[in-house]
Design a protein around this ligand. Structure first.
Ligand SMILES: C[S@@+](CC[C@H](N)C(=O)[O-])C[C@H]1O[C@@H](n2cnc3c(N)ncnc32)[C@H](O)[C@@H]1O
Length: 189
């Protein structure tokens, strides 16, 4: 969690009961706190789908994802092949596993799509990409009674009731709007 998130939570700590993260990303507040209830929402469909499958399937899906994190898949050639597969993929589970693979093998942990919605992050060339088993398992365990939704922040805000705390970490504006339909830095899980 960043400095802003920490100090904001310290100030609000006595108020916290129901926490809403309308720009969930990897759910950094959710992952690092323990309050009674949470609503997690984001508009990024691949991210939401990945987290919903982890929520439902836990270790079965985590094991499936880990198969992609082998030495043979950590080459430029395989990365671009799997990136192409992700861009064409219609199988929900495979697409979600590939999304995690791309996030960990792509340049700088970046998540970026071009104007036609194709994932276009170049190869990251990491020595040994980290597989976040511990973090994924924790997400599965913690999220069992949590709502994880694909929702625009305006709709999520409308669900808030008096006394709820909304933690906002909105995206940065794209530097080159012409090229980037979507741009986020997914740094948590
Ligand atoms: C800076 S990131 C949030 C990072 C997050 N705090 C974390 O723990 O990783 C911003 C997030 O907002 C999401 N987003 C962009 N536009 C949105 C919108 N209109 N409504 C809801 N979420 C949106 C992006 O998909 C991205 O995940």
């Amino acid at each position: 969690m960043g400095k802003d998130g920490k100090s904001c939570l310290t100030r609000c700590v006595h108020l916290l009961d129901h926490v809403i993260e309308p720009f969930m990303g990897s759910g950094v507040v959710f992952m690092n706190t323990n309050y009674s209830s949470y609503v997690l929402a984001d508009t990024q469909p691949d991210l939401v789908s990945l987290l919903q499958i982890i929520q439902d399937e836990g270790v079965f899906f985590i094991d499936y994802c880990e198969e992609l994190f082998c030495q043979e898949n950590n080459t430029e050639e395989q990365y671009y092949r799997l990136r192409g597969l992700f861009n064409e993929c219609t199988d929900k589970r495979l697409k979600a596993a590939l999304f995690l693979y791309l996030n960990r093998h792509g340049y700088n942990g970046l998540c970026r799509f071009n104007s036609t919605g194709r994932y276009n992050v170049p190869f990251g060339d990491f020595k040994r990409p980290y597989f976040p088993r511990k973090e994924l398992l924790l997400f599965h365990q913690k999220s069992q009674s949590v709502s994880v939704a694909q929702s625009d922040f305006r709709k999520t805000f409308a669900m808030a009731k008096p006394g709820d705390v909304i933690y906002c970490d909105p995206p940065y504006a794209p530097i080159i709007t012409r090229q980037c339909f979507y741009y986020l830095y997914w740094c948590g899980i």
